[in-house]
Design a protein around this ligand. Structure first.
Ligand code: TZP
Ligand code: MG
Length: 225
């Protein structure tokens, strides 16, 4: 979060990190953000692989207004330009997006930068980057992402958790109410979810609340709070 040479304040990831999906939910990003916040979400990622940059910008502006009104943190998937233009809280980068160092230069020390990794080699390299958290997955099969990397499974997740040092890690891919606890027990600090939280629009708030309740029975893996 703060990346001065002398001090580094670690991001305290909430256990549940929801990601929006307009096609699956049938809702705008702002509507999803409102419902997720109502269910207790404090950190949300806006992800849109379909919208044009102009449409994503417009929807992200609306969603950011909702987030600001409720003091929730909003991270934009892929688009450093949109995060910068809207003064969003941060960006989530993939392996083929702009390098983390460049995003850090553009967004500044206080922006949240997340980075997706799909295997142990990528995760090792990620620990040297100016990022605030790393994502690892898909842990399980997912149908919310086009051309996903091979399913990693729980054992590689455990290995990545063992080498990541103090960098917070969020597991992603096919995480559900059924497997959430075993993913956290494998060492993930948080779980990121799309379909199991947002695919049923009328139940988004309820599911978010239930997922927070389910995961709150485990102690914080980071030991930092
Ligand atoms: N990255 C790896 S898996 C995935 C992303 C964005 C999709 C996760 O969606 P779901 O519905 O929770 O499996
Ligand atoms: Mg990406």
């Amino acid at each position: 979060m703060i990346h001065h040479s002398a001090i580094q304040v670690r991001l305290n990831l909430p256990k549940v990190y929801p990601i929006t999906h307009t096609r699956l939910s049938g809702l705008s990003h702002a509507e999803q953000v409102a419902r997720l916040i109502e269910g207790g979400a404090s950190l949300i990622q806006l992800r849109d692989k379909q919208a044009t940059p102009r449409e994503f910008y417009r929807q992200a502006a609306d969603a950011l207004q909702v987030a600001r009104d409720h003091h929730a943190i909003l991270v934009i998937n892929d688009r450093v330009d949109i995060a910068l233009a809207l003064k969003a809280d941060g960006v989530h980068l993939g392996q083929t997006d702009m390098p983390a160092e460049a995003a850090r230069r553009l967004l500044g020390d206080e922006a949240i930068i997340g980075f997706s990794t799909h295997n142990i080699e990528q995760a090792k390299l990620a620990t040297a980057l100016p990022i605030d958290y790393l994502a690892f997955g898909p842990v399980f099969p997912t149908s919310s992402k086009d051309n996903p990397d091979p399913v990693a499974g729980l054992e590689p997740l455990r290995e990545v958790c063992a080498i990541k040092g103090s960098l917070p890690l969020v597991a992603i891919g096919g995480i559900t109410f059924e497997n959430a606890l075993e993913v956290l027990k494998a060492g993930a600090d948080a779980i990121a979810l799309i379909s199991d939280l947002v695919a049923e629009a009328p139940r988004i708030s309820e599911k978010m609340r239930k997922m927070l309740a389910l995961t709150s029975i485990l102690a914080n893996n980071t030991g930092s709070s």
